[in-house]
Design a protein around this ligand. Structure first.
Ligand SMILES: [Fe+2]
Length: 423
């Protein structure tokens, strides 16, 4: 069986001090993201796709307890035996789990108890990192690094879920005060001509990447053009005013059925009041800024817009080839501005970009060994790849080869539209 499983990379964060500092920094960031919340906010789950912030904080802690401490500490005594059931997300090989749609009924443990759980596990992880024998370091370093990347994914989910939870409240409460003005003018839209041919994509370094980014492999691309910036709100309004949501010829069949069934007439978080469009943001309800990138669109809407514009969405290999050429710079959560700014040349950050590529295993893909093999591979069905990271993604979480994925109808993630065209 081991021949079909992906081995752990050997060169991760190398020193114990480095990994411990990284562990503490990332764990503290999760608490910092929740600091602006009121106690009542920790409990909300507005739709099945979102989770209460309290659950996120506990689940990422469960991850370290389950995949690290239980394996490496002989005679491990859990903080609470029930947490294994309550905070397992989808790991069938670990055991049963609480229903995803009912995470908001977990009024116990309390927020205070969840923070105590976090503190307890943190102490034990740091002790383990301090005391573990060198012979076990490689596997430990991998699992801690994986747990930290997992926690960073949940940090992005916290921003996404907090936004949706707050928007569902008719009072439209703000998560934060806006720190600065948004851009007023979009940059000019340009097109970059790019060669096709036989190209290589995928990750092959001996450092951390998710198993779904491996292995490196060859892909054939026809010559193509990429737009220099994301589609703006003003451009998307042009699509809407041209009857975009009323013209079945622009839509994929599944998309058309979905917008009819759900009465979609605009992106998520757009609201019209007295003839003026507004957009709900983490800073509350704001007048729609025509210059900023259109956000919170589904794959169906992105595809329909591209069809209307006479273009198409990029393939993931087309975007990866571009991302490989430029430094990982852009508007990430580290910027402290949790609403997309956009701008020319911003291939990283701001908004995840929908691609026209289904989320599938790369040739010769191997999931990780053990229960963490359930992390990515089993979701390779009916989802689409997004690239580049967003304004709520941590900068040191992203890579050119990073593959995010969502169902085509999902739009509570920070996703936007970049256009491509054939030559
Ligand atoms: Fe998770």
């Amino acid at each position: 069986m081991s021949g079909t499983l992906q081995k752990y990379p050997s060169s991760l964060l190398n020193s114990r001090q480095e990994l411990m500092a990284c562990y503490q920094r990332i764990r503290n960031t999760s608490a910092a993201i929740c600091a602006p919340l009121k106690l009542d906010d920790y409990q909300i789950q507005s739709i099945v796709e979102t989770s209460p912030p309290k659950w996120h904080l506990a689940h990422v802690t469960w991850f370290f307890e389950t995949f690290l401490l239980k394996d490496f500490l002989p005679d491990y005594q859990p903080f609470n035996l029930d947490y294994s059931y309550l905070f397992n997300s989808y790991y069938q090989t670990v055991g049963n789990m609480h229903a995803r749609a009912q995470r908001d009924v977990l009024s116990r443990p309390t927020v205070e108890q969840v923070y105590q759980y976090r503190a307890d596990i943190d102490k034990r992880v740091v002790d383990l990192l301090t005391e573990i024998d060198e012979s076990q370091w490689q596997k430990i370093a991998f699992l801690v690094t994986l747990g930290l990347h997992h926690e960073q994914q949940h940090q992005e989910l916290l921003y996404m879920d907090i936004k949706h939870n707050l928007w569902c409240n008719p009072l439209r409460p703000a998560y934060l005060e806006r720190p600065r003005q948004l851009i007023e003018n979009p940059s000019e839209l340009k097109w970059e001509q790019r060669q096709g041919g036989l190209v290589t994509i995928g990750f092959d370094a001996d450092t951390f990447a998710f198993d779904n980014e491996r292995p490196k492999h060859k892909v054939w691309l026809e010559p193509y053009r990429l737009s220099s910036r994301l589609v703006t709100n003003a451009e998307y309004q042009g699509f809407m005013e041209d009857g975009g949501y009323k013209r079945p010829e622009l839509w994929l069949s599944d998309g058309w059925c979905h917008i009819l069934k759900n009465q979609w007439k605009s992106p998520l978080y757009w609201e019209k009041h007295e003839g003026q469009w507004y957009e709900f943001t983490l800073y509350g309800l704001e007048a729609l800024n025509p210059a900023t990138p259109v956000a919170h669109v589904s794959y169906y809407e992105a595809d329909a817009f591209a069809h209307w514009a006479g273009k198409r969405l990029p393939l993931e290999a087309e975007l990866e080839r571009k991302l490989l050429e430029i430094p990982v710079q852009g508007q990430f959560s580290d910027s402290g501005v949790f609403h997309p700014q956009g701008g020319e040349g911003h291939y990283y950050g701001s908004l995840w970009e929908w691609t026209a590529s289904p989320y599938l295993a790369y040739p010769r893909f191997k999931p990780w060994q053990g229960s963490v093999g359930e992390y990515n591979g089993k979701f390779m069905c009916n989802q689409w790849v997004l690239r580049g990271g967003s304004c709520v993604t941590p900068l040191n979480h992203i890579r050119p080869t990073y593959r995010n994925f969502f169902y085509p109808q999902d739009r509570w993630q920070f996703a936007g539209i970049r256009l491509a065209e054939d030559l």
